[in-house]
Design a binder for this molecule. Structure first.
Ligand SMILES: Cc1cc2nc3c(=O)[nH]c(=O)nc-3n(C[C@H](O)[C@H](O)[C@H](O)COP(=O)(O)OP(=O)(O)OC[C@H]3O[C@@H](n4cnc5c(N)ncnc54)[C@H](O)[C@@H]3O)c2cc1C
Length: 500
């Protein structure tokens, strides 16, 4: 049974150690830096109980993931897709939740839930020669899916010297590694670079997504632990929610700041039952790349990206209309370009579903088409900054010609002046200020800058994913076709022209 929003909120009131601006945050659910976003996420959970969304968002699974009990519905993201219809149904669930934040909550609970379902689709990957994590995986999958728990991940290591392996960094315990083995579990020490939305979750999963050399076996771990585990520290980045004045002035950052934090493990004890991969460089890699986990992440992310582009294109249209420029031919070209990017994002997602693949060894499980999913990852990182730029060009100085506070419109001295000079044809000043403040939050604010960096990097850096498209794609086919053209003619004595 999925949780209601209030149940989710109460689950965050534990002993988690979150640091912000040198302050130990006592309660993320009430702290001004986090509370609105907590409520936005709680709203997602409430939607799973709303008759209008229940069947879209939840399912009573029929496979091995089926839970005991009278009403064993789980979120669709936790179910293992076994057909094209299942993929479409899961996408509709992703879409419904992403629309609730206009695509600005990248790591809503369905993101990692789909990854966990990916692990569960291929449990054999966790059966290493030295450590068999399959029973732990089964318990983990049931705990998360049936408890409807919220998790995000921390996989990337801190940026230190990117040319060196983990064990070659200038400090041994820079990246998370095992430092002690005890009867009941392991002790880990080190840090992970960023955990988006981690502080809003119930558990955090730690792993490593890049290939590790055999000498880095101490770093080849994967485990999931509750946020209040002793020794676990989260250092939060600047909170845009805290900096927001009001919902009117900062409509997105005040409510959808999913936060990113650095995770530090100070000799954290991890019980064996929470360990999925232990000192196994092969399983550590395969967990993300051979199970459908990564492709499930892309399925969620591509759906959210589609929603985000719909929202941004809509914003561009409203801005052009507010400035009276919408019908101008050059502006129609700009809007057409935006629509082109939007439809490209949508069609790649639908094509990746339609040309789905069986998960090899996955007992009927399916995943979206990997080649298209990889191309989407590249496309989205490339297109997002262009979309922002196009809409900023449409908007001009209107993004800046704004009173600091919407309440200036009601000020006894300057209210009438602001209303006189900040206006759009046919629309009152409040409507214009409201639109352009939303636009600035989405396009130009610190929150917007973070989103641009997110879309560029959250699925890895270009120097990793672009070569992988050559490695995993079909360069031979392209080369063969070009070569066949070259092979079709020779240098001849006759003048140019077709031979009879
Ligand atoms: C907003 C945001 C949220 C994120 N959330 C999460 C999260 O929730 N969980 C998580 O695990 N990670 C998260 N990440 C981290 C993300 O996974 C990494 O940013 C990503 O994997 C790229 O790694 P990096 O940032 O260390 O970049 P690097 O690997 O350090 O690369 C940065 C740049 O350095 C150059 N470079 C570095 N090495 C090489 C090389 N060998 N060859 C050529 N050029 C090179 C390239 O120009 C590259 O673009 C997030 C990142 C962002 C920006």
């Amino acid at each position: 049974m999925t949780r209601a929003g209030q149940e989710y909120i109460e689950s965050l009131r534990d002993g988690r150690e979150i640091w912000l601006d040198g302050e130990l945050v006592k309660d993320v659910t009430t702290h001004p830096a986090f509370r609105n976003t907590v409520r936005s996420i709680a709203g997602l959970y409430d939607m799973t109980h709303d008759p209008a969304f229940r069947d879209v968002l939840t399912v009573r699974p029929e496979g091995p993931e089926r839970a005991e009990g009278a009403d064993a519905r789980i979120h669709r993201a936790y179910a293992i897709p076994r057909s094209h219809e299942d993929l479409v149904a899961r996408r509709k669930a992703f879409k419904t939740w992403s629309e609730a934040s206009y695509g600005f909550l990248g790591r809503s609970p369905d993101y990692m839930a789909s990854g966990i379902a990916g692990f569960a689709a291929l449990p054999g990957v966790f059966a290493g020669a030295e450590f068999d994590g399959t029973a732990n995986l089964d318990a983990y999958y049931r705990r998360m899916s049936q408890g409807d728990l919220y998790q995000s991940f921390t996989l990337a290591n801190p940026q230190a010297d990117r040319t060196k392996a983990a064990s070659e960094q200038e400090r041994d315990d820079l990246y998370i590694r095992v430092v002690k083995e005890l009867d009941g579990g392991i002790v880990v020490r080190g840090a992970k670079m960023i955990g988006t939305a981690a502080i809003f979750g119930n558990e955090i999963i730690v792993g490593t997504i890049e290939p590790l050399p055999a000498k880095d076996a101490d770093y080849a771990l994967s485990f999931s632990i509750p946020l209040d585990t002793p020794g676990l520290k989260f250092i939060s980045r600047t909170s845009y929610e805290a900096a927001a004045r009001t919902v009117f002035d900062n409509p997105l950052s005040s409510r959808f700041d999913e936060n990113d934090s650095m995770l530090i493990c100070e000799d954290v004890f991890v019980p064996w039952e929470n360990v999925l991969v232990y000192r196994d460089v092969e399983a550590s890699f395969k967990q993300w790349w051979v199970t459908p986990a990564y492709w499930n992440f892309v399925h969620q992310a591509a759906t959210r990206f589609w929603t985000k582009l719909e929202f941004l294109v809509g914003l561009g249209i409203l801005i052009a209309k507010a400035n009276g420029t919408y019908e101008l031919p050059p502006v129609q070209i700009q809007i057409g370009r935006l629509m082109g990017w939007l439809n490209m994002a949508k069609s790649m997602l639908l094509a990746a579903e339609a040309s789905y693949e069986a998960v090899p060894g996955g007992d009927g499980a399916v995943q979206i088409n990997k080649e298209i999913a990889s191309a989407h990852r590249f496309m989205a990182a490339d297109v997002y900054p262009k979309v922002l730029q196009e809409i900023k060009t449409l908007a001009g100085g209107g993004l800046i010609q704004l009173p600091a506070s919407g309440l200036d419109l009601r000020h006894p001295v300057i209210g009438d002046l602001v209303a006189k000079y900040v206006r759009s044809p046919g629309a009152g000043p409040e409507k214009r200020v409201k639109l352009f403040k939303l636009a600035w939050d989405a396009l130009g604010s610190e929150f917007a800058g973070r989103h641009e960096q997110y879309e560029r990097f959250y699925h890895g850096a270009p120097h990793i994913y672009l070569p992988s498209m050559v490695r995993d794609g079909s360069p031979d086919l392209c080369e063969r076709l070009a070569q066949s053209c070259l092979d079709g003619y020779e240098l001849a004595d006759e003048p140019a022209g077709f031979a009879a």
